[in-house]
Design a protein around this ligand. Structure first.
Ligand code: NDP
Ligand code: 8X3
Length: 251
């Protein structure tokens, strides 16, 4: 049980982040839910039974992240569980066909955003000598695929960022875990393909992807281990997937 834990989940308006917020709240945690779409956060807070604090936040705005966390109401400030999840892919194609604005969106959100949130939350955890940080990487951070240059680079950076942070956190009592999912059916592909619902649906067609809840189950289990146990690194894929671009289809 996670009673008396204060969690911050980024990217909680959809997909993996939303599923984590639901499961952490169900396990008894108080949860700060953040994303850019305030209406979704408010709907989630209204629906969940328990203390939920919606916070509109663009993680790619470094100063806004620091300010928003500094200005949290006192009773929400001692965050001891962070799911550093907000992220996106924009486009799938050769680097030179991908708009530079899309590269920057991926790097600013997936890498710099994760750094800003970690940098704002970690000093409090280190001072209190406890806490859990879950970094959401991807199978794409281990294994690059054609068309994914900026996205794969961003998730490889999350992998290295996590490894470096592990050294920074040595001896502090703060636990850190890199969770690298394979294919998960969320709004991820809809965002990647600029709202093209048919193209997004085709990604998950004739196979059985993970659900956001499958990933949230793993995360909820990781943070509920006894204090002396640190799960450092998890690759979680659908059974039908054996590599980033190798997915079994039923046809
Ligand atoms: P979704 O698109 O369903 O959710 C993405 C979340 O990130 C949304 O809540 C979105 O909220 C938020 N977000 C995006 N940009 C920003 C920003 N600048 N500031 C704050 N929040 C932001 O996708 P997933 O749930 O699948 O993705 C969650 C994470 O999991 C991402 O890091 C993704 O890279 C990773 N991942 C996904 C996999 C998959 O197959 N789905 C596999 C491996 C990793 P809003 O738009 O309201 O700001
Ligand atoms: C999302 C999964 O394989 O599309 O990180 O990169 S993949």
């Amino acid at each position: 049980m996670l009673v008396e834990r204060t969690a911050l989940v980024t990217g909680a308006s959809s997909g993996i982040g939303e599923a984590c917020a639901r499961q952490l709240a169900r396990a008894g945690a108080r949860v700060i839910v953040t994303a850019r779409r305030r209406d979704r956060l408010e709907a989630l807070a209204a629906e969940l039974d328990g203390p939920i604090h919606p916070l509109e936040l663009d993680v790619s705005d470094h100063h806004a992240v620091q300010r928003a966390l500094d200005e949290l109401p006192t009773e929400w400030r001692d965050i001891d569980l962070l799911v550093n999840n907000a992220g996106l892919a924009a486009g799938l194609g050769p680097l030179w066909d991908n708009a530079p604005a899309d590269w920057w969106a991926m790097l600013d959100t997936n890498v710099a955003g994760a750094m800003s949130v970690a940098a704002a939350v970690l000093p409090g955890m280190v001072e209190r000598g406890r806490g859990d940080v879950i970094m959401i990487g991807s199978i794409a951070g281990r294994e690059a695929y054609p068309g994914g240059a900026a996205y794969c680079a961003s998730k490889a950076a999350v992998h290295q960022l996590t490894d470096a942070l592990r050294g920074d956190l040595h001896g502090t009592g703060v636990r850190l875990c890199l969770v690298e999912p394979g294919m998960v059916e969320t709004e991820f592909s809809l965002v990647r393909f600029g709202g093209d619902a048919d193209r997004a649906a085709a990604v998950y067609q004739d196979t059985t992807p993970l659900t956001a809840d499958d990933v949230a189950d793993v995360i909820t289990w990781i943070v509920d281990r006894p204090d002396h146990v640190e799960v450092a690194d998890v690759l979680v894929m659908p059974t039908a997937q054996s590599a980033a671009t190798r997915v079994e289809r039923r046809r």
